[in-house]
Design a protein around this ligand. Structure first.
Ligand code: EPU
Length: 419
């Protein structure tokens, strides 16, 4: 077990290089199971969730090796099982992509229900509805999702809710189905587009990713030999932009796609923070006093739910009352009790948090409850007076590459210690 010790209120100044997108990587790595050949994936973030997925692929019989620190070579030629065990998938939400990938490759998948961060009910009914529309018989027995089809056939699928996971999983299952699949009310997140680009590079025929109608014309085979570079992580970039927004800080977030950051850029500007786009970098200069703001999280291009807790931490020091409405998850407010230990004044009612700006946060012992809640505590600790300790940082390691090294390079006083 490890924890962070942070002494707050040190100015954060300088450049930070953003790693590859976690949520693209955790879909693209399983997507490599679709082809009986080798693919190279560049700009893979070195994070816990990627390691967990690599283990799953190795256990299924794939060869997975690092060519360098951030380039993975995956050869799934020898994978000859469609069964994943509970031990393999229990810690990882994105293990649901193994279902779509194995179903797409073998017409058969048996995968236990996924694990992952707990912020309320996380159903996968839309994934299942889509697999069934493609002709799979799906049953749930003893906690295992079993999907089987003689032949997958293209279908028109309207998603009842905009779901990133269902959109990607249905692309994986449909790439080799017979005929045309249309996913309507599809998610438009940047990582959906990245996965489609990876599949197209292997010979798939997917059009419309990034809009709410995706058309997939099934192909007979996919080809190995592809190299794909993962897009920069929108949420890591946003986390550093939020860290840069405090008084006295000036952070240039490098290697980003500024278009992906527009909803955050607009909100930070509304809060009085200076945000400048310079090609593929964004410079954030902290505001003397953060102005209050209201936020509602929505599917892309709306404000991302995965930046909600970090933004809440910043708004704790705003002048006046801010309101955050969570539009995606039932229960994403578990970070609130931890921020209160640091002097935050937040009330939660249903899916709404009312944040009264306070003069100061003060360092305290806290616990990361999930990945982005952990990131929020890091931001709060950087803003707070004195010493904070954050335990359970294994959650943070699941999704942020070298967070403390990147923060230290900017001037933060942060240390990882073993407990
Ligand atoms: N939903 C359903 N039925 C489904 C699927 C989803 O009702 O079959 C609902 C969910 O309950 C939720 C909404 O639809 O209310 C959106 O869920 P979505 O399927 O989009 O979420 P996800 O694919 O499970 C991904 C990210 C999350 C991120 C959400 C929303 C990955 C591996 N995870 O989850 O990222 O919060 O999209 O953008 O891509 C994180 O990175 O910290 C993280 C949790």
């Amino acid at each position: 077990m490890e924890k962070y010790i942070i002494h707050g209120q040190k100015p954060l100044i300088g450049d930070v290089h953003i790693s590859g997108s976690k949520n693209a990587a955790v879909a693209i790595i399983p997507a490599a199971l679709l082809v009986a050949g080798k693919c190279r994936i560049e700009n893979v973030p070195d994070i816990g969730d990627v390691k967990a997925l690599m283990d799953i692929l190795v256990n299924l019989g794939a060869e997975v090796e690092y060519e360098d620190e951030n380039t993975l070579a995956i050869n799934a030629e020898n994978v000859n099982t469609y069964i994943a065990t509970y031990e393999m998938v229990k810690s990882l939400r994105a293990s649901y992509y193994i279902i779509g990938a194995l179903l797409g490759r073998f017409g058969h998948a048996e995968v236990p229900f996924p694990g992952g961060c707990d912020f309320g009910y996380r159903p996968i009914d839309q994934h299942i509805k889509g697999f069934e529309a493609l002709g799979a018989e799906v049953s749930i027995e003893h906690g295992i999702i079993k999907a089987k089809a003689e032949r997958l056939t293209g279908a028109s699928i309207y998603l009842d809710v905009v779901s990133v996971g269902a959109t990607i999983n249905l692309m994986l299952a449909a790439v080799k189905a017979e005929g045309v699949t249309v996913i309507e009310n599809a998610a438009k997140e940047p990582h959906v587009v990245d996965v489609a680009n990876f599949l197209n590079a292997m010979g798939a025929n997917i059009r419309g990713a990034g809009t709410d109608v995706i058309k997939i014309k099934g192909v007979d085979r996919l080809n190995g030999g592809t190299t794909h570079s993962i897009i920069p992580d929108q949420i890591e970039a946003g986390t550093f932009m939020i860290a840069g927004a405090a008084n006295g800080n000036c952070i240039t977030v490098k290697n980003v796609i500024p278009k992906h950051m527009e909803s955050l850029t607009a909100k930070l500007t509304e809060m009085g923070v200076k945000v400048e786009v310079i090609e593929d970098s964004i410079r954030v200069t902290g505001a003397g006093k953060i102005l209050r703001a209201n936020i509602k999280t929505l599917p892309y291009p709306g404000f991302p739910t995965d930046l909600h807790p970090q933004t809440a931490a910043l708004l704790c020091l705003a002048g006046g009352t801010s309101i955050i409405t969570e539009g995606i998850w039932d229960s994403r407010f578990q970070y609130v009790e931890e921020l209160k230990r640091m002097g935050a004044a937040i009330k939660v009612e249903g899916r709404v948090a009312v944040i009264e700006g306070v003069k100061n946060l003060t360092g305290a012992p806290t616990k990361a409850i999930d990945l982005r809640a952990g990131a929020a505590l890091v931001i709060a600790s950087l803003l707070a007076k004195g010493k904070s300790e954050i335990s359970n940082i294994n959650y943070i390691d699941r999704g942020y590459e070298n967070l403390e090294f990147k923060l230290k390079a900017l001037g933060a006083n942060i240390k990882r210690v073993s407990v």
